[in-house]
Design a protein around this ligand. Structure first.
Ligand code: NCD
Length: 311
């Protein structure tokens, strides 16, 4: 079954190629529309099939991108939010997934606060399952759209310096990016206060608590959300001290290469991990990441539902 649970196992090259084809096609369609031509209806072999989004956590970008992608493919999209479903009555994840499959869904996109939930869902399901973020574990489609964005700006990533700055230890985005970036030959640096880094050294990235060391000569900076809930766990002294030492602002960005791009998966805490001037500045590709998220989800749904040859 073509599940997408982790970036350790995924047909990356096929997905990136297909996402690029979607980008070209949809850009062309947009231009034609502004030129007064009517929008062409997408021709999709998947038309009329049923996709279910099961979200146990809040989401804006990921959920809307999957819904948009589903609609563009002509799918019937059902969105189920855990706070309005039988989950509220204590139903287990297994039972919910098996119920949805018995009701005839043909693919499932799941977001859940617990690491490993997407894997459990895939074991219970009789249809392909796509992980839209499971706790601190992984967020494969975010990492794929990040990689797509990096390649669009920098081409081959071999030897490129990528600094990922923020709450690394609790970030599913960082984890999925690490697996996906490993084969590209990029030089990945992870930067955070010691309490928010991985406790042991990694084979595929360098870790530092010095922002200057991480940013020096960087080609790409990926800023991650500071998860405020970590303050309650005593892992951070204060937001002010974090902002003082780790904020990406016009001054700290000067350590990076002049053509360094700035990324953030969102949602952003403006004024904490990133300032307005950088988030909205010329080096920011943050909204482009959002747009690329649509192309990646189109490709991922085709992969999961379309019986594609990906070799
Ligand atoms: C991330 C997530 O939810 O994992 N956001 C996203 O999907 N765009 C990152 C975060 O919550 O910080």
């Amino acid at each position: 079954m073509p599940h997408l649970i982790t970036t350790k196992e995924c047909p990356t090259a096929w997905l990136l190629k297909r996402a690029e084809e979607w980008r070209v096609q949809l850009e062309k369609a947009k231009q034609a529309q502004t030129g007064g031509e009517p929008a062409a209806a997408p021709l999709s072999a998947l038309r009329g099939r049923t996709l279910c989004l099961l979200f146990y956590e809040p989401s804006t970008r990921t959920r809307v991108a999957f819904e948009q992608a589903g609609l563009k493919l002509g799918l019937n999209v059902i969105t189920l939010l855990a706070d309005t479903s039988s989950v509220q009555k204590g139903e287990s994840l297994r039972d919910t997934v098996q119920t949805l499959c018995a009701e005839g869904i043909e693919a499932l996109v799941i977001r859940h606060p617990e690491a490993g939930a997407a894997h459990i869902a895939a074991q219970a399901a009789s249809v392909p399952v796509i992980n839209a973020g499971d706790g601190t574990n992984e967020h494969p489609t975010q990492a794929l759209l990040d990689l797509f964005t990096m390649i669009r700006h920098k081409g081959n990533l071999r030897g490129r310096k990528i600094a990922i700055v923020g709450d690394i230890r609790h970030s599913r985005v960082a984890r999925s990016n690490l697996w996906l970036l490993e084969p590209t030959g990029a030089e990945v640096w992870l930067c955070a206060p010691p309490s928010l880094l991985f406790p042991t050294p990694l084979s595929n990235a360098k870790q530092t608590s010095s922002l200057q060391e991480a940013l020096q000569n960087a080609d790409i900076v990926m800023v991650l959300r500071l998860q405020k809930e970590r303050m309650a766990e005593g892992l951070l002294p204060s937001l002010e001290s974090y902002a003082r030492d780790y904020q990406i602002n016009a001054n700290t960005l000067q350590w990076a290469k002049p053509d360094c791009i700035v990324m953030h998966p969102g949602p952003m805490n403006r004024g904490i991990e990133i300032t307005d001037e950088v988030a909205d500045g010329a080096q920011s590709v943050i909204l482009e990441q959002v747009r690329n998220g649509l192309y990646i989800r189109l490709a991922v749904l085709e992969y999961a539902m379309g019986g594609m040859e990906t070799e």
